[in-house]
Write a new protein. Structure first.
Length: 104
């Protein structure tokens, strides 16, 4: 068993989640918003692995789920950055405030 208690893992996950939420809500750059979503996904993955480790130490399902979350985050980043490149070509900005009307 690990020497680090479960509340320590949950505290780190909560701090990561708060940082990601702040990045999503307060940033104006779309790239920073995507990075905030990635940090939130990583916080969720950390909490899932921590709970799984302390509830079922011999089961590796939590690690597999965390790998799935990281994979989904990488796909989300790739698609999001592709969309941001297309929007930048049309609007010449990546500021979220300028995305009021994407059509036309």
């Amino acid at each position: 068993m690990s020497g680090v208690p479960l509340p320590a893992y949950l505290a780190v996950g909560a701090v990561l989640f708060a940082i990601g939420l702040y990045a999503i809500l307060a940033q104006r750059s779309a790239v920073m918003v995507l990075m905030g979503v990635e940090v939130v996904l990583n916080a969720v993955g950390l909490n899932v692995v921590a709970f799984w480790r302390f509830v079922h130490p011999s089961d590796h399902s939590g690690q597999i789920f965390a790998i799935l979350v990281v994979t989904i985050g990488a796909i989300e980043m790739a698609i999001g950055l592709g969309v941001m490149l297309l929007v930048y070509r049309v609007r010449r900005t990546v500021q979220v405030d300028a995305f009021e009307r994407l059509r036309g």
